[in-house]
Design a protein around this ligand. Structure first.
Ligand code: ATP
Length: 674
């Protein structure tokens, strides 16, 4: 359906921004969701071996090769003429195999001339699947960014506005700049949306054929468009407004609609980030609230865990017990210290948030304080989430705890979850190094099949047996030893991944004490990111980084490093999802290079304590004398903890999507669109 819709839009429509192409996203009925879940989760993987898209992809790869010699004979002008001819063919055949293969061969030839690299067969394979709306899993380092240029060129050439979505501004700007010469050859305009751009500058970038952008910037632009349209947001309203508007009237929107998106690191966007809705909010003065927040924080300090309240770390929430509520009521009746307008519900909520701020949210773990502001750190990317704030007074409670000025309450203007947003694209595709684990959910929620693309060269990755040390202290000693062995003795570059900013700083102190030179990359030290990454592959370099050096980081090996065994990666704490662990290990041994990795974790790590508390305590007691957990038991502990944490996250995502749909239904009932 998306295909016919997509190709019915004329390039003029798309260029003028009319109509604002997007799919009417209606929640599927429960039986559709069930059927999609069964199909993507069970039936389809079972049928996978029987061919279908994968077989057609292999055919397209062979056909693309067959055009190679012919394309190599053409000069630049002839290649451009050929592209113009293929443009009609692509449109007419709706990206049929023959036209697409000829066009891919042409792009491959042009890329060789302007970028100095040609697409591998595995990238042609991926390009075909992406063009037809799939999520492709390519192993880390196989060159997803470059593979995407094939479908991007094909779609942009036929006139579709293409959004290449990645996880942060740094990657969006880097990739747009690197690939722009290829697009320019075909006369396609490509730009990057970064946080600093004004709305007018954004409009200009989106007016081009190809926009590289982060998922957050894109979604906020969409929400701002919806807010700008107000009650004219429905397709019918928009069509009517456009029909009566005099020619040349500027549209209030910056996007030209949601035609085709290719989402890089798709599991991170579709899954890890899908839990929290994107909220467009405005700040209202919070002076009256400040007194209540201050009181709640002081009062929370008098409450006792286990009696007045329960801490549910796995769900990151605190619940007041009956006793706790009675104490809040008593304080309210006493009233002496409370702001006069405080209500029973308001007090209980403020106290709950104050307790969360005190017991669950810690500086340099969930947030950092930069320039007098609390800034949230996203664990899966290790980056600061600029302009995001926790809801319902939690942010203010944390600010008060840190002794900072309150930013005031935020009121919601518009909100949407990624689940609802990305379903609105007429055609959606994604790429990731780690997606098979979540294929069923991606199929059910986004309707995307997941396909694994074969490796370009056989992997030379080596992985040492993981070790689980007695406690954090023993783990850091083992990490320092390993760094010394690999970086100092063997002269290999070493990347040490930590889960939090705090952990990266603790390790940095230990390395300094051991006299080991190193650099730290985290949400507090991110200014020289590009230079740090550029140097991280040099012989003997030690880089300590949070997940900022995870996804998307391409570390080039320095001279002579491959002969010494390549890059060595040390994981110091398992993440809540095994996919994030795999991403970290994926920084080494890329595209057939040598490289190795090891996990050095501790039995008292947060993942085990929070998500498998009984099992970890039991195993620790059992092996107290030995000090180190046997590998098989560590494997079991990790599987149990990650499965439990992923099940919880899945539940939270489902709840968030349902809540979002309910709110949207209420708002559209009251005529307010989003
Ligand atoms: N066809 C090619 N020829 C030569 N070099 C290539 C080719 N494709 C990709 N590369 C190079 O391979 C490196 C890895 O590419 P890239 O970072 O896009 O991989 P990735 O799959 O996105 O990795 P990750 O999943 O880790 O983010 C880059 O330096 C890129 O320039």
């Amino acid at each position: 359906m998306s295909e016919s819709l997509l190709l019915r839009l004329s390039p003029r429509d798309l260029a003028s921004g009319r109509p604002y192409a997007e799919r009417d996203e209606r929640p599927p009925a429960w039986h559709d969701e069930l059927a999609l879940g069964l199909w993507h989760g069970g039936v389809r993987p079972a049928l996978r071996m029987m061919g279908g898209r994968a077989a057609s992809a292999r055919r397209v790869v062979a056909m693309t090769r067959s055009h190679q010699a012919e394309m190599a004979q053409l000069d630049d002008a002839q290649l451009r003429q050929r592209a113009a001819a293929l443009r009609h063919e692509l449109r007419r055949s709706r990206f049929g195999a023959a036209a697409t293969a000829a066009f891919f061969a042409l792009v491959r030839e042009v890329a060789g001339r302007v970028l100095g690299k040609r697409h591998y067969d595995s990238q042609v394979h991926a390009g075909w699947l992406l063009l037809h709306g799939a999520l492709v899993e390519m192993a880390t380092g196989e060159g997803k960014t470059f593979a995407a240029t094939l479908p991007v060129c094909a779609a942009a050439l036929v006139g579709l506005p293409v959004h290449v979505v990645t996880v942060n501004d740094y990657l969006a700007a880097r990739d747009a700049e690197a690939m722009a010469p290829l697009y320019a050859f075909f006369g396609l305009r490509c730009g990057a949306i970064v946080h600093e751009l004004t709305r007018e500058e954004r409009r200009l970038v989106y007016a081009g054929e190809i926009a590289y952008c982060s998922n957050k910037e894109l979604t906020f632009d969409y929400l701002r468009d919806r807010t700008a349209l107000g009650d004219r947001a429905s397709p019918l309203h928009r069509a009517l407004a456009q029909a009566v508007a005099p020619a040349g009237t500027p549209t209030p929107t910056v996007l030209r609609g949601l035609a085709f998106a290719i989402v890089d690191e798709a599991d991170s966007v579709f899954i890890d980030e899908a839990r929290t809705p994107l909220i467009l909010s405005a700040t209202v003065p919070g002076s009256e609230n400040a007194a209540l927040v201050g009181w709640a924080l002081a009062f929370a300090a008098t409450l006792r865990p286990g009696e007045d309240f329960e801490i549910e770390r796995a769900l990151m929430r605190v619940r007041l017990s009956e006793l706790g509520r009675e104490r809040v009521d008593a304080a309210l009746e006493d009233g002496a210290m409370l702001p006069p307008e405080a209500t029973r519900r308001g007090c209980a909520e403020a106290v709950t948030q104050a307790l969360s701020a005190r017991w669950l949210y810690h500086r340099d773990q969930q947030y950092v304080v930069v320039e007098g502001k609390v800034q949230i750190v996203d664990e899966s990317t290790g980056r600061v989430m600029a302009d995001r704030a926790w809801e319902r007074g939690l942010h203010q409670a944390i600010e008060a705890k840190e002794g900072l000025a309150a930013t005031g309450e935020r009121v919601t203007l518009a909100r949407i979850t990624y689940q609802r947003f990305f379903r609105r694209y007429l055609r959606l595709a994604g790429m990731s190094g780690t997606a098979t684990e979540v294929a069923a959910e991606i199929g059910r929620v986004y309707g995307l099949p997941v396909w694994r693309v074969p490796l370009h060269r056989p992997s030379q990755a080596r992985r040492a047996a993981p070790r689980c040390l007695r406690d954090g202290e023993a783990r850091w000693s083992a990490v320092v030893d390993s760094v010394r062995r690999h970086a100092i003795e063997q002269g290999r570059p070493v990347l040490v991944g930590t889960r939090t900013v705090l952990a990266s700083e603790q390790l940095s102190l230990r390395l300094a004490a051991a006299g080991i030179d190193h650099v730290v990359l985290n949400a507090k030290h991110d200014r020289d990111e590009a230079q740090i990454v550029a140097r991280a592959g040099a012989p003997g370099t030690v880089t300590v980084a949070t997940n900022m050096a995870g996804r998307g980081t391409d570390i080039q090996l320095g001279a002579g490093v491959a002969e010494r065994g390549g890059m060595h990666v040390i994981l110091t704490e398992y993440h809540e999802s095994a996919r994030i662990d795999r991403q970290l290990f994926g920084r080494a041994a890329r595209q057939g290079d040598p490289g190795s990795g090891e996990a050095l974790v501790s039995a008292d790590d947060e993942l085990f304590r929070v998500h498998a508390p009984r099992l970890s305590r039991f195993l620790l007691r059992l092996h107290a004398a030995r000090g180190e957990l046997p590998t098989a038991l560590l494997w079991l502990l990790r599987r149990v903890a990650q499965a439990s944490s992923e099940a919880r996250s899945r539940g939270a995502r489902t709840a968030s999507l349902k809540h979002d749909r309910r709110l949207a239904a209420m708002l559209s009932f009251s005529g307010r669109g989003e």
